[in-house]
Design a protein around this ligand. Sequence first.
Ligand code: GLN
Length: 293
Amino acid sequence: MPTATIREAYVEASSFLGKLGVAEAASCVELLLQHLLGCTRTKLLFRFQEQFPVELAESWRQLVERKAAGEPVQYIIGEQDFYGLPFAVSPAVLIPRPETELLVEALLHEGTRLFPLGAPLLADVGTGSGVIPVTIAHARLAWRVAASDISAAALEMARVNAQRHGVAARVEWLEGDLLEPFIQRGIAPDILVSNPPYIPDGDLPALMPEVRLFEPHTALFGGVEGLDLYRRMISQLPQLPRIPTVVGFEVGIRQAEAVAAMLGAAADWDEIRFVPDLQGINRHVLAIRESSG
Ligand code: GLN
């Protein structure tokens, strides 16, 4: 698509993708242009009147075509921001979602409150791109952090992100199934966190194509009710050297009560509460033992 100015390329691609029904077409196009031109959003706006670099026309056409085919913009540009930091993502990992930032925030708060003098050990199960442990290690220099994933490719991506944000030496990466790597090594996390796959298998056809066709299914689906991974993690809890002081799970829509009930049946907690997301849906379940900190 030969174009005169960067603005024209922007307008043309936005309307092309908008007509195809691409969600938030204009902001996708901004991200794609930033990626192509290697500049920030502010810089991009300043460059709007410039000639579109002719040598980039073919690359630009390919980027817009990938978006037109439904690929998430984050996989095309290889990046998603989380808690104010840029994270590398690839189709090997789930794209981090903004609601998970609220889980991180709740855990930073509870950890600081429950361990005012010491440094808790936080373990993230099914870490994917590593957003949870990397953000937490970045925000709390004294905390010790470990993370597991069953996917070696995901752990590779998570390591890249740890390196990028200067916390590589402070996060331990363990390949394995759910809590198994921690149990095997006798690791006793004070704070256990997980945002596991929780979409009910039967919801597959109803998912947006962007998700269904591009994101890794092992990171999405959690059995018939979507609760399989919580059930398995909760059944593994007693095999840890001790029950964590805090367990924090992200859950799917209408799963909070069921997950809270499972946690309540598995151990003695002083409190089990929900963290609502910005739409008021209970997105996270926190189980806390006050006495043990
Ligand atoms: N823990 C990662 C995240 O929060 C991956 C989650 C997943 O793959 N289910 O984004």
